[in-house]
Write a protein that binds this ligand. Structure first.
Ligand SMILES: Cc1cc2nc3c(=O)[nH]c(=O)nc-3n(C[C@H](O)[C@H](O)[C@H](O)COP(=O)(O)OP(=O)(O)OC[C@H]3O[C@@H](n4cnc5c(N)ncnc54)[C@H](O)[C@@H]3O)c2cc1C
Ligand code: FES
Ligand code: FES
Length: 496
């Protein structure tokens, strides 16, 4: 096979650290999950399966990774993480925390505070708390609520769990993982090479190119392969749709794909592989509403794995990033082979499940323009739950104001059509409106009914969606006009 174009060579084994040794796998199904491997091959049954779709957190494990010279501890959902995605990481499970007979501090605190009843959620909760214990910053009640948002406990209730968390995650870590951090970081660094990874053969493989060039070449050669970034969508294709993925190209080792930068005209550029967790503060710096939307994006387990590129490329009509980026005037940068092109993000979404992406073409980056002085921005996500829930309706709006008059508007919605979509008629009707005179912007609210014919589904009825869409735009305009105080659930939670 002529896949060895990389001077650093080709590696045919996935390698990760587990219980003090390096596991090297040269044969496995590309669709195998970490949870299946743990329970069925490694005999490590402490990690539980609940929902098998990334929602309940029973399967939470921690990946220790050497990220840009720092050892990080990320809680991830093993049920939707593909086995090959462990490459270069150290896998830590609930069985690994105790030191002989001595429980780990987070385990002992859960005992002391009576944080477990039936115990089914407990291994996952322990692992989320272990990640918080090693987060590098003292935790607060708000940060711990965020940390636990992806862990469902059905019987104990969260008060004792939070008390246990507060009692232990308030100091610098002092356990055997902290004591061995340097040696383990070195061991991870030794394992990480710049070789392209290819396990399997042409009919069935798990590959992970080390460079963008390698990725472009491999995907051009196998355009029917499944690209996998964080697998927070693709993992569910495996566990819920039972899809048999034969050829998988994982983007998690592709150098440069997680770069953050600035375009020539000052827009924020996020490489497709930038995780949602890393993107959150950068988007929040453009506007605080984006910070809140990102805080409410799935759970920490989802945000540390899921990527910006995956959220855009999946073309979901209810994805959270697309409306926000469209309203900002964002662009998507695509690459195929040696050529790169860029287009306004709204033009990328053609129809339900269909994006403007040629065979072998992949998302390289997205660009998010920053706000000019005259531009006001609002973004609201409406979902049934505050945490860990997909939008029923999402509005993002950028309104340009000159001396109290609207001179430009970009209004984008999720959940209102088969794709994330601009409200072209409402935008037109809003231009010329006077902010202080609601009667002048009401036609824009009315125009929404000519922009959208939403669906009824399990998340919301069509009429609910239409009403909410108009209410959100009205709320945005009232806030921009200074006639209503902003209300954000995230701020209320943080203040609790
Ligand atoms: C419990 C849970 C909660 C969630 N909550 C939210 C939420 O609140 N809001 C929301 O919007 N989404 C949510 N999601 C969906 C998902 O997390 C996001 O869509 C996420 O951004 C997907 O990114 P990923 O890297 O995991 O993509 P993957 O699952 O790896 O891939 C998704 C799709 O994109 C393709 N792809 C990935 N990267 C590229 C690339 N660079 N170029 C071309 N194609 C690519 C893949 O082939 C696949 O078709 C949730 C998912 C779960 C499981
Ligand atoms: S089993 Fe529920 S999140 Fe994995
Ligand atoms: S202790 Fe029973 S689900 Fe949490």
């Amino acid at each position: 096979m002529e896949l060895d174009s990389n001077p650093a060579g080709l590696r045919n084994t996935v390698r990760f650290r587990f219980r003090g040794r390096v596991v090297a796998l040269d044969r496995f199904s590309p669709r195998a999950t970490v949870l299946d491997w743990l329970r069925e091959s490694a005999g490590a049954k402490g990690t539980k399966e609940g929902c098998a779709e990334g929602d309940c957190g029973a399967c939470t494990v921690v990946l220790a990774r050497n990220r840009k010279g720092r050892l990080t501890y990320d809680a991830v959902n093993a049920c939707i993480l593909l086995l090959g995605q462990l490459d270069g990481a150290e896998l830590i499970t609930v069985e690994d925390l105790a030191d002989g007979e001595a429980l780990h501090p987070v385990q002992q605190a859960m005992v002391d505070w009576h944080g477990s009843q039936c115990g089914f959620c407990t291994p996952g909760i322990i692992m989320s708390l272990f990640a918080a214990y090693h987060s590098g910053a003292p935790s607060t009640r708000a940060s711990l609520c965020d940390q636990l948002a992806g862990n469902l406990c059905r019987c104990t209730g969260y008060r004792p769990i939070l008390e246990a968390a507060l009692a232990t995650c308030d100091r610098a870590p002092d356990d055997r993982f902290a004591a061995t951090a340097e040696a383990r970081t070195d061991a991870l660094a030794r394992m990480n090479d710049n070789a392209d990874l290819f396990v399997g053969d042409e009919t069935s493989f798990f590959a992970a190119p080390a460079s963008v060039e390698g990725l472009a070449a491999l995907y051009a050669r196998f355009p029917d392969a499944t690209l996998v970034a964080g697998a927070t969508d693709v993992g569910l294709w495996v566990t819920k749709q039972l899809r048999d993925l034969k050829r998988v190209i994982w983007l998690g080792r592709t150098a440069g794909l997680d770069d953050v930068g600035e375009t020539a005209d000052g827009a924020l550029s996020l490489g497709a592989g930038v995780t949602l967790a890393d993107a959150a503060p950068l988007l929040g710096a453009i506007h605080p509403d984006l910070g809140e939307v990102m805080r409410r994006f799935g759970s920490i387990q989802v945000r540390v794995s899921g990527t910006v590129g995956g959220n855009v490329a999946n073309g979901s009509p209810i994805g959270d990033l697309a409306p926000a980026l469209i309203a900002l005037g964002g662009r998507v940068v695509l690459r195929t082979g040696w050529s790169t092109r860029s287009l306004p993000l709204e033009d990328f979404f053609i129809a339900y499940g269909k994006q403007d992406r040629a065979p072998g073409e992949f998302v390289l980056a997205v660009e998010a323009p920053r706000l000019a002085e005259a531009q006001r921005f609002r973004a609201f996500k409406v979902s049934k739950r505050f945490d860990e829930d997909i939008s029923a309706v999402m509005l993002a709006a950028r309104v340009e104001v000159d001396r109290g008059r609207v001179v430009g508007a970009r209004i984008a919605y999720g959940g209102m059509a088969a794709t994330p979509k601009r409200a072209a008629n409402a935008e037109k009707a809003l231009v010329g409106a006077i902010l202080d005179e609601p009667a002048t912007w009401r036609p824009a609210l009315a125009a929404l009914s000519s922009d959208f014919t939403p669906l009824t589904d399990q998340r919301a009825s069509a009429s609910y969606r239409m009403t909410v869409a108009a209410n959100l735009l009205e709320k945005a305009l009232l806030e921009i006009a200074g006639a209503a105080a902003p209300t954000r659930i995230g701020e209320l939670h943080a203040a609790e």
